[in-house]
Write a protein that binds this ligand. Sequence first.
Ligand SMILES: Cc1cc2nc3c(=O)[nH]c(=O)nc-3n(C[C@H](O)[C@H](O)[C@H](O)COP(=O)(O)O)c2cc1C
Ligand code: SF4
Ligand code: SF4
Length: 254
Amino acid sequence: MIGIYFSGTGNTKHCTEKLVHLLDETAQTLPMEEKETVEKIAKQDFVILAYPVQYSNVPVIVRDFIKTNAALWKDKKVFCVATMGLFSGDGAGCSARLLKKYGAEVVGGLHILMPDSVCDVKLLKRPLEKNRKIIRAADRKMEICAEKIRQGRFPKNGLHFYDHVAGLLCQRLWFYGKTKNYSDQIKISDACTGCGQCARLCPMGNLSLKNNRAEAGNCCTMCYRCISACPAQAITLLGDKIVEQCRYDKYGSQ
Ligand SMILES: Cc1cc2nc3c(=O)[nH]c(=O)nc-3n(C[C@H](O)[C@H](O)[C@H](O)COP(=O)(O)O)c2cc1C
Ligand code: SF4
Ligand code: SF4
């Protein structure tokens, strides 16, 4: 077994590590953007694939990873995990359908509520204690899930037909344009000090320094990693002002 994740602000990383560890203490978890990930997946029969939902869809970087490595999925057993700030009808189902197309056997799906990662929009912002409570509930959900998997009863969150309809009607129909392609909408304000932190962290290589200031290209996968990490709060995407930088590690001990 191996756990593969994409995580902007740390929620999905936490969930993947926790779930994989509960199932097999010796199994590895790896971020999708690591070079050796493909090679490591090729050696395993069972893959836990996790990512944050974006407008009830799979982030472009994850869709591209699945498509670029199409041959990798044939006959693999895959369990799809989607983390979310509020709701996604078929967050796990979206990758499941793509993986099935490439020959994977999707054994189940799990939706996990976590703190919201969109740090430049007020909606869904909760006090620290509430976010800690959400993480405790997520951990409990993963414990129950691991127990079910051990009994061979895989949860099927997001995989049913009615989940597909809910994902479509509630979000994708209206917001599909936002997740269709990589974004060129990253904004960098004059507050930028040129520290280079964002460029070091971006999984897409979408940020670079020019004349001691960060500059963004047009291949952002909207993960909010740079936005949450910028010490000068100089980066925004969907909103225009940082409300609260969201990072799993900041929620502290639970
Ligand atoms: C661009 C964007 C769109 C999002 N859309 C949704 C959504 O449709 N539904 C939802 O419940 N959460 C949504 N979220 C919240 C994240 O899915 C959630 O906070 C996730 O746990 C973040 O995981 P990460 O820390 O691993 O990046 C969105 C986040 C981003 C950045
Ligand atoms: S992390 Fe923020 S301050 Fe540092 S270079 Fe990037 S935008 Fe500028
Ligand atoms: S520019 Fe920022 S939000 Fe966009 S992919 Fe890079 S780190 Fe993520």
